[in-house]
Design a protein around this ligand. Sequence first.
Ligand code: MG
Length: 308
Amino acid sequence: MITFPPHLEIHDDRFAEMVHPMSTLDMIADGFTWTEGPVWFGDHNCLLFSDIPSQRIMRWSESDGVSVFRAASGFNNGNTRDRQGRLVGCRHGKRDVVRTEHDGSLTVLADGYEGKPLNSPNDVVVSSDGAVWFTDPTYGRISNFEGYRKAPEQPCRNVFRLSPEGDLRVVVSDFSQPNGLCFSPDEKTLYIAESGSSHDDAVPSVIRRFAVEDGTLHEQEPLAEIDNGLPDGMRCDVLGNLWSSAADGVHCFDRNGTMLGKILVPQVVSNLCFGGSDGQRMYITATRAVYRVFVDVQGAEPWSRPRA
Ligand code: MG
């Protein structure tokens, strides 16, 4: 019988195939306040991630370690890239979604809806047609920890789609707190985390599942319920498995919602991404630190895989 290290909890043989009994869970960066928004830049062989309360986006690489990529980040939270490779992030203090151009300049993509400011954009994905999908919970408004408590002007905590033509539309409006979101590899399904149990025990900690059709969403049964904490950031692998953050680590579900296994992490996990020079590492943002672990499966996002 194969013995796996204690950070790997095997629920299904398919998970055992995607990890390794000799793998270690390595802390690669520490000393932050709340890490989030990991995104791999294979073209620069580095990871970017947010430290939200310190208003910084950090850069990590194997050769150079940790440095500040951007200070005064506007409490930048979730990050992704578009198909042109540009960084797209949610600034939950500045209450907008912003794109970093190749020359380093910033373009605000969305900062209001129906004449009122957004709540506090949290996480974002860009579909291959160039549409920007993001969640707008109120986490950036409900505490003075980061110095900006304010009653939200929006009546709902929406999920938005910004079309390539610039048309901003609500695609779901009935979340308690929408949080991380992630497309299946074929982009026919969008998964969105409901993290409202952070402030309301009556809200189930589920990953909601929507069929995507012509830029609109049709709700299906939830993919899964998180059994420890709540779901925040998520990513899919090329096989269509969904890897979700949770309080005790990263939970891996197949496309039908069957729990395949967990990567147990000693701090509460906010988000994760695939990457590494071989495309076979997972980077996990967890409270004060960033961890890395080997996974024998590649991420669905093209920039997380080595170029052919
Ligand atoms: Mg989030």
